[in-house]
Design a protein around this ligand. Structure first.
Ligand SMILES: NC(=O)c1ccc[n+]([C@@H]2O[C@H](COP(=O)([O-])OP(=O)(O)OC[C@H]3O[C@@H](n4cnc5c(N)ncnc54)[C@H](O)[C@@H]3O)[C@@H](O)[C@H]2O)c1
Length: 418
């Protein structure tokens, strides 16, 4: 089938490569000329897609990266994987709308359009459908429409696009059948959901669940510290329960395109449709947004014990990405930690082997390697993302003072764990 995937980011690129690998004729369309330039040159900026895999699908002629809207013509299947950010706390669907309008201009009878971007319940039916119908074709009659949320967990070595069960939905039975048939060619398992709204809500339940539980364990970590209890020992003990408990661990806050944003899509919808607040989300936002301030407070305390001030100290942050083994620095709590420390007069340096400057625009930061010289020269080192690529023996041996927000190191005279 001729497949167009609008948006070649963390979600769209892995799907496009996989679709090409199974034999579809794929156009990866994106408006970002830097990204498309890298892809066309066989350079991947998404960790889960190696340059070898990308080059193989480029060489096979089955995958093409393009910024030319004309290349989206004559699709059988179009998948929308564009950003769904917040603007002033409200959903910003402008990217979804822009890509839908482009796909509407190329819509043909019999084609299927699938929304994958995470969004509030009702978007497929109330936003995407009318824009596509401006083509003069009727959804569910002349063309098919569905929603299939992406569950990809960047950097996860076990669960990927292929083996993670894929929720599929459609605006009617025929649409669901078309959406399901397409994904059955690219993933191992599909899970049919009878309505697009239930599928949209399912994705938001998953992410709100994570967001709330991370906030819970972060609050417990702060309380435990003040009570003089090692929260990690308590979490390890609780994890021994084989049922009714799911392990979450504290950290410097949440980041990426999902957890800081998706739950607010749901609370916005609840407020808009029902006139009531979604209190769990408000509380979780409050706690998780506070975590960078808490990290800085703990750093101030650690420096204080060494009779040093933040002002004038050289601080080395390990990890700019929001998450282990990924280069995604969007909404990363590390960015907030940098800001706070700079405001206090610290000299901040950042080491992150995964962050690609051209993609993440980290150009105003002093990016360094976490080598012995850097570690020794820092008054304090803060571990924010516990990438496997860091040399933890070296960090423990060479640093004068480490604040570890991920418990990757063992607490001791020079190492403090949050
Ligand atoms: N990153 C994740 O782990 C993850 C997981 C599940 C779901 N999602 C959801 O998937 C969606 C995409 O997320 P992402 O992480 O891939 O974002 P991303 O920013 O990595 O990629 C989106 C791409 O879309 C492009 N784009 C913007 N406007 C466009 C347009 N009009 N036409 C074509 N391309 C356009 C951008 O240039 C960008 O390259 C979001 O709704 C997100 O919430 C993300």
């Amino acid at each position: 089938m001729r497949v167009v995937i609008a948006g070649q980011g963390y979600v769209g690129l892995p799907l496009a490569v996989r679709a090409a690998e199974v034999g579809h004729d794929v156009v990866g369309y994106d408006v970002d000329t830097v990204r498309i330039g890298l892809l066309a040159a066989g350079e991947s900026y998404v960790e889960d897609i190696t340059a070898e895999r990308l080059r193989a699908v480029l060489d096979s002629g089955r995958y093409r990266a393009s910024t030319d809207p004309a290349d989206c013509a004559e699709y059988d299947i179009a998948v929308i994987t564009v950003p769904t950010p917040l603007r002033d706390g409200a959903p910003d669907l402008s990217y979804v709308e822009a890509s839908t309008e482009l796909l509407a201009s190329h819509l043909r009878p019999g084609a299927t359009v699938i929304l994958e971007s995470t969004t509030y319940p009702g978007t497929t039916d109330e936003v995407v459908r009318p824009l596509l119908e401006k083509s003069g074709l009727t959804a569910g009659v002349d063309f098919h429409l569905g929603f299939s949320p992406e569950r990809i967990d960047p950097g996860n070595p076990t669960w990927n696009v292929v083996n993670t069960p894929k929720i599929v939905s459609g605006i009617n039975e025929e649409s669901l059948a078309r959406v399901k048939a397409f994904y059955e060619t690219v993933v191992d398992t599909t899970v049919s959901v009878p309505s697009t709204r239930a599928a949209e809500l399912a994705k938001l339940i998953e992410n709100t669940f994570r967001h709330v539980n991370i906030a819970l364990v972060n609050e417990i970590a702060m309380i435990s510290h003040d009570l003089g209890i090692d929260v990690w020992q308590a979490i390890d003990a609780a994890t021994s329960k084989p049922f009714g408990f799911m392990r979450f661990t504290p950290g410097p806050g949440v980041g990426g395109h999902c957890l800081p944003i998706d739950p607010s899509y749901l609370s916005w919808r609840v407020q808009r449709a029902l006139g009531q607040s979604f209190r769990f989300v408000d509380l979780a936002n409050d706690i998780n947004n506070h975590m960078p301030d808490y990290v800085v407070r703990r750093l101030i305390e650690a420096l204080n014990r060494r009779r040093r001030s933040v002002a004038g100290s050289r601080i080395l942050l390990l990890g700019l990405a929001y998450k282990k083994n990924t280069g995604d620095a969007r909404e990363s709590p590390a960015v907030r930690v940098v800001q706070l420390l700079r405001q206090m007069g610290a000299e901040v340096r950042v080491a992150d082997p995964h962050v690609v400057e051209a993609v993440h625009g980290a150009s105003d930061l002093t990016m360094v390697k976490a080598d012995a010289e850097e570690l020794r020269a820092a008054d304090a080192v803060v571990l924010l993302a516990d990438h496997d690529a860091f040399d933890y023996d070296l960090i423990a041996a060479e640093s004068r003072c480490v604040l570890d927000t991920r418990r990757r190191l063992t607490a001791g005279p020079t190492v403090e764990v949050i």
